[in-house]
Design a protein around this ligand. Sequence first.
Ligand code: DAS
Length: 356
Amino acid sequence: MYCSSRLRAFAAAATLLAAAAIAHAQAALPNVVILATGGTIAGAGASAINSATYAAAKVGVDKLIAGLPELSKVANVKGEQVFQVASESLTNDNLLTLAKRVSALAKQPDVDGIVITHGTDTVEETAYFLTLTVHTNKPIVMVASMRPGTALSADGALNLYDAVSVAGSKDAMGKGVLLTMNDSIESGRDVSKNFNIKPSAFVSQWGSLGMVVEGRNYWFRAPVKRHTMNSEFDIDTITSLPPVEIAMGYEGVASTAIDALGKSGIKALIHGGPGNGSVADRIVPSLQKLRADGIVVIRSSRVPDGFVIRNAEQPDDKYDWVVAHDLRPQKARILAMVALTKTSDTKELQRIFWEY
Ligand code: DAS
């Protein structure tokens, strides 16, 4: 018969052993920080059938983490609430604040990866900005959701689990900023929101980088454009972003928007033209006026896929215009703002649009 003191000693030893085992298991897990900014992934609807009618940016990061205990199996997770907004309302200053926080965390030796929860509307823009300006090889993984957590078949929980799993993976290092949505791992540079109400909304015209399934990554390609450690742009040296706006091209377009933007203090105008970034002949004089006033003119295309070819139908050399390569207008604007923090020389800008 064991005396009670021996039982107490046995229980104490067992407790210590269990604590040591937990500590050992946690030490083996990567440390991942989740930076929350808002969006549908933090949204809430009135009922389970409200998959499209809901309020974004309502649930705090601690509640997101607490609602997903499976995260503790793939990483030691800490959360920070950077913003709580719908992403269509994010500003250039928000971009700078977020990127600087990511850069600071990435320098910490006790941080192995960073996840950013974000609205779907502009996550493609934030992802590109971060991949252009944050100097780290550590995984930075954006994640969003098309349905709020209150809806039937909500996609946020698995998307977030995937994002934390990828952010803690050594094989995700050095691939630039990533986005995990709907089991896919997308390049932050290439991905865009192609459908406004489906979980399969996000597509990269040159293909996904891979997939993440049950916490394991399957890679099928790697980015070739410059990013993160190989970028000449560094968020730690950027204090503000020059104003760049977008004007679309379409049948019957007037020069009203372009003329007004030309007087608003912008440093570059992205022209989102039809086809190969075509410019209506009646608009050319307005664009030439902007150019004469020192405003950079960048030809992008409203066509979702493909890339604008220089000097094809438009005499870019003659007008001293820059072409946006395969970047949609909203992405071309991000690169233009970043590039203009360093140069306004159009030959240098064109090099940058080829390389990033
Ligand atoms: N308004 C959208 C946004 O915040 C909601 C979402 O889809 O995340 O981007």
